[in-house]
Design a protein around this ligand. Structure first.
Ligand SMILES: Cc1cc2nc3c(=O)[nH]c(=O)nc-3n(C[C@H](O)[C@H](O)[C@H](O)COP(=O)(O)OP(=O)(O)OC[C@H]3O[C@@H](n4cnc5c(N)ncnc54)[C@H](O)[C@@H]3O)c2cc1C
Ligand SMILES: NC(=O)c1ccc[n+]([C@@H]2O[C@H](COP(=O)([O-])OP(=O)(O)OC[C@H]3O[C@@H](n4cnc5c(N)ncnc54)[C@H](OP(=O)(O)O)[C@@H]3O)[C@@H](O)[C@H]2O)c1
Length: 496
């Protein structure tokens, strides 16, 4: 990307969640770019944290991945144009449920120049207000193009721009008043992807599940559709999954659904004790769904007459706007669960004017800040340390993939306790360097003692219930949370 600096004047950002907000702030602070545009398909900024009260039913496609479940739209031939609104499922609605509170301490979840309203763990509307306010208080709202979906990103041939990359974006703006879609194209020198990766639900394939869905269409849903326990009053419910959603929904349903709430677990969670919490019964993974409605588990136990199965099996990243054919390759490897040809989870080895923010499972907002500043600085050509040569970037990717596969971890999970998070942030810190004497450029924040203490000691839930190291940290208006003794753990398994 170092070769690109000095001639990039226009940058498009895809998405106005936390990653899009800090990307816009970092680009603006460079005081160098002539045009910054943040495209957001929803009506307001806020991303994940925008709450839709209406639980729209979502289709379930067992075992299918985003290239099939979230395919690109057919782009009209002649642009600009106006069409009837798109009908295809675009998975734009929120994954937020009523009782959701954050699970990352506020100091580590917020950007360094602006604290959350309060902390440490807050209701879901606080991060939404925070992202929205961040756009306005930093006067980034001028860059926003709301209700506008980036439908296609095409790399233009080098001959088109004196040998340099340039990007053509196809955009679609929905007008809800006239019930029309407006389509047009715009070109940019660089693109930053800040489109999030928790919008397309994933449901694993299980023998008999498709037939079960056809026979009992109301019974199976994904946590993305869940809002409150009320729909499940006195119902016999089975939760699939034991990560944050599986835990939260199981607990949320106790007392409303019929007892016990069943929870199918593949792995032990960090917060699990030796047995389930009161009102919950653990089951292993499912072996098969039978036409009779019986659900058979791997240990050959079974459940009959289940009213609702809630799949809390997470999400898969989706890039339907990325034109694989013209751009020459896909962005995401669904088998390896990783971005293809990236460097430092932020830059692309073969697309020097493309960047991405928000993929690693680590500190979220705060780490987005390091990524955004490094990217803005590289694009403006004022970065302190050049990116390493291609061979070194390739070696970084290869070595990391091998190591993570050996450790049975995901490529983009960045651990805390072994110093990996600090090393990653330090790499971005070094690439960005300082701002200018005249104030151009944001400065990457320090990893403060307070932040480190919060990450290592504050938990939303007791660790391993019964562990005497848990001390009650707070309750009442700020909710209940605990202070734990510092222990060996991986943030990747704790944080989003
Ligand atoms: C249920 C749930 C709970 C979570 N809880 C926490 C938590 O407690 N703490 C924490 O730190 N993180 C949590 N996360 C992770 C959360 O996603 C991050 O905190 C953060 O909001 C991610 O920000 P982002 O900007 O990368 O993505 P998002 O917030 O997803 O924003 C991406 C934006 O891009 C837009 N977009 C996507 N495609 C297009 C397109 N083609 N054109 C235009 N716009 C587009 C989307 O509409 C969206 O607004 C949670 C996630 C989920 C699903
Ligand atoms: N603020 C909060 O408290 C909160 C609440 C909900 C979600 N979140 C965040 O939202 C994001 C998504 O969380 P999530 O819980 O929805 O998804 P997730 O973290 O991706 O977890 C998916 C769960 O599904 C299980 N699973 C996946 N494939 C399976 C299969 N084939 N068979 C059986 N089980 C399978 C996984 O088991 P394995 O562990 O064995 O893979 C895991 O328990 C995370 O970042 C999370 O932190 C935060």
């Amino acid at each position: 990307m170092a070769t690109a600096g000095g001639r990039i004047k226009s940058v498009a950002v895809v998405g106005a969640g936390a990653a899009g907000a800090i990307a816009a702030a970092a680009l603006k602070a460079e005081n160098y770019f002539e045009r910054i545009q943040v495209f957001e398909r929803r009506e307001t900024p806020g991303g994940t944290w925008i709450y839709d009260a209406e639980p729209t039913p979502l289709p379930i496609y067992p075992g299918y991945l985003p290239p099939d479940t979230d395919p690109p739209l057919r782009i009209p031939e002649a642009l600009p144009t106006v069409t009837p609104p798109v009908q295809q499922e675009r998975w734009t609605k929120t994954p937020v449920y009523n009782s959701l509170t954050t699970n990352v301490p506020a100091i580590a979840m917020s950007f360094s120049d602006s604290p959350f309203a309060y902390g440490p763990f807050v209701p879901h509307y606080i991060p939404r207000q925070y992202v929205e306010n961040y756009f306005s208080t930093h006067r980034l709202d001028a860059f926003l193009q709301l209700s506008t979906t980036v439908e296609e990103i095409l790399k233009l041939p080098p001959k088109y721009n004196k040998g340099y990359e340039r990007w053509k974006l196809t955009l679609r703006k929905h007008d809800p008043v006239r019930r029309l879609d407006f389509w047009w194209e715009e070109e940019f020198d660089a693109v930053i992807l800040a489109n999030g990766h928790y919008s397309v639900p994933y449901v694993p394939y299980v023998k008999g599940l498709e037939e079960y869905i056809s026979k009992y269409p109301e019974r199976i849903s994904h946590s993305k559709e869940y809002r409150t326990p009320t729909l499940y009053a006195n119902k016999k419910v089975l939760i699939i999954g034991n990560s944050a959603s599986g835990h939260d929904l199981s607990v949320d349903l106790v007392g409303t659904a019929s007892a016990p709430v069943y929870q199918s677990r593949r792995s032990k969670a960090r917060w699990d004790g030796d047995g389930p919490l009161s009102g919950i019964e653990w089951k292993p993974t499912i072996k098969e769904y039978l036409p009779s409605g019986r659900i058979v588990f791997e240990d050959d136990t079974y459940l009959d007459d289940i009213d609702a199965v809630l799949y809390c099996t997470g999400y898969k990243p989706s890039f339907p706007f990325w034109n694989v054919e013209t751009n020459g390759r896909p962005l995401w490897d669904y088998e390896g669960n990783k971005l293809i040809k990236t460097y430092w989870h932020t830059f692309f080895q073969d697309f020097k004017t493309l960047g991405i923010i928000g993929m690693p499972r680590t500190l979220t907002f705060r780490s987005f800040e390091y990524q955004a500043i490094a990217l803005a600085r590289v694009l403006s050509g004022r970065n302190a340390v050049p990116l390493p040569p291609l061979e070194e970037q390739q070696r970084w990717e290869r070595d990391r993939a091998e190591r993570k596969s050996r450790e049975r971890k995901k490529f983009h999970d960045i651990m805390w306790e072994d110093g990996e998070t600090e090393g990653w942030l330090k790499g971005l810190f070094d690439i960005a360097g300082l701002g200018s004497i005249r104030g151009e450029g944001l400065v990457p924040p320090v990893l403060s003692k307070e932040l480190i203490w919060a990450v290592e000691h504050l938990r939303k839930y007791p660790e391993n219930p019964g562990n005497q190291g848990n001390k009650k940290g707070g309750e009442g208006m700020e909710g209940e949370w605990v202070v734990v003794e510092r222990q060996k753990f991986a943030l990747g398994g704790v944080l989003p």
